[in-house]
Design a protein around this ligand. Structure first.
Ligand SMILES: [Zn+2]
Length: 391
């Protein structure tokens, strides 16, 4: 390095001098880089990392040489390109090929394509190099990847959950759930639903603020998916839109799906369900009024001695959903049907409170916004305001 360059002297340099100096440094950087790669090639050939306690050249680079994982990965891959095809070093030194390109092509280089690859990466942009590699090896660019990251967040931040705003008028409910009691369904495996906060790693003060921050360890996943995945992904989010009208984050969504799978397929999940069924059954055997009592709690009398239930059986919900095509059935004043699939709710056409029943003929799908509009039409805005304030 040029010892004469000091940060505090930079401001006095002329524009031309500044540019000339960085060009000169860049040239030196390329020489140093080529030297590093040459050393890595030889260290790998001698496997010198092994007796020093590292299992790979990569580990040697991250732990001994203190490179970041991505920097180490690029250097190791590029070194392997140079080891097989030393001719590439010249292009690195004259700046026609950069480190990233050398690392990318390491997986596709062969004796047969070396000439073709060189012409495909010399003086080419990063995206041109990436598409060259993608043509040779589809899927190479975006590999499955897990990284550890630290996330700082204000200590005082409230981790508020999305409120479930279904059934605002009391006469409706989400089409695919049994109402509010379904919210905890996915967490029935012991411990499965109880990991809202990641492990705190360090606590300290934010550098620019007096507010204390919590630093959490998180993981960053990266993977490429097919259109079929995206179709199912959107479908799942739509199905969940009753519980998460504001949308659901990737982490929460995958957590929910995994909880459901673990609950269903793990030995402990199955055992917990068996135990629950067993306990339920022996309760019924011991005290037959108990179950009736709990059903009664969900029933209301219509004042004429007749008992009705607000709960619409899932079978009926599904029937209404399929009949209405899984879309909001609201028809606007100009005859346009809404057709939203977001936050669908089952609406009683003749409201339940006014004697409407749970037969499919009295039920229809409405999106949350149109359900609210209908409720305002039926009950009036002041009545609906009361519900909103409670939320
Ligand atoms: Zn709608």
């Amino acid at each position: 390095m040029n010892q004469s360059i000091r940060l505090d002297s930079m401001s006095s340099l002329s524009d031309n001098r500044l540019i000339r100096q960085i060009e000169s440094l860049r040239g030196k950087e390329q020489k140093v880089l080529a030297g590093i790669l040459r050393h890595l090639v030889e260290i790998e050939r001698r496997r010198l990392y092994l007796p020093r306690g590292y299992s790979s050249l990569f580990e040697f680079c991250t732990q001994h040489l203190k490179y970041s994982r991505s920097s180490a990965g690029r250097r190791v891959a590029a070194a392997r390109s140079l080891a097989r095809f030393p001719v590439l070093e010249g292009y690195l030194l004259n700046g026609e090929v950069n480190l990233y390109a050398l690392s990318l092509v390491s997986g596709i280089l062969t004796e047969d394509n070396i000439e073709q690859v060189i012409s495909g990466i010399r003086n080419r942009s990063t995206s041109e190099v990436e598409s060259l590699v993608a043509r040779h090896r589809p899927g190479r660019i975006v590999r499955d990847r897990v990284r550890t990251v630290c996330v700082m967040e204000p200590e005082t931040r409230k981790r508020g959950k999305e409120r479930d705003d279904t059934a605002a008028a009391g006469s409706t409910s989400a089409w695919n759930t049994g109402g509010a009691n379904s919210a905890g369904r996915a967490g029935s495996t012991p411990g499965a639903g109880s990991r809202k906060l990641p492990d705190p790693v360090v606590e300290g003060s934010g550098s620019n603020t007096l507010e204390r921050v919590r630093i959490s360890r998180k993981y960053k996943l990266e993977f490429a998916v097919d259109p079929e995945f995206m179709r199912k992904f959107k479908r799942t989010k739509t199905l969940l839109s009753n519980r998460y009208p504001g949308g659901i984050g990737f982490e929460e969504l995958f957590m929910l799906l995994m909880d459901e799978y673990i609950d269903r397929h793990s030995p402990e999940g199955r055992a917990a369900r068996r135990e629950k069924r067993h306990a339920h059954k022996s309760d019924q055997d011991r005290d037959p009024t108990r179950e009736i009592g709990s059903v009664k709690a969900r029933l209301v009398s219509n004042g004429e001695g007749e008992i009705r239930s607000r709960n619409i059986p899932q079978r009926v919900r599904d029937e209404v959903f399929l009949r209405d095509g899984g879309k909001c059935t609201f028809i606007g004043s100009d005859g346009r049907r809404c057709e939203s699939r977001w936050n669908l709710q089952i609406d009683h056409i003749l409201p339940f409170a006014r004697g409407g029943d749970n037969s499919p003929g009295n039920l229809r799908l409405l999106c949350g916004k149109h359900n609210r509009l209908e409720a305002e039409r039926v009950y009036g805005s002041p009545h609906m305001e009361r519900f909103r304030k409670k939320e």
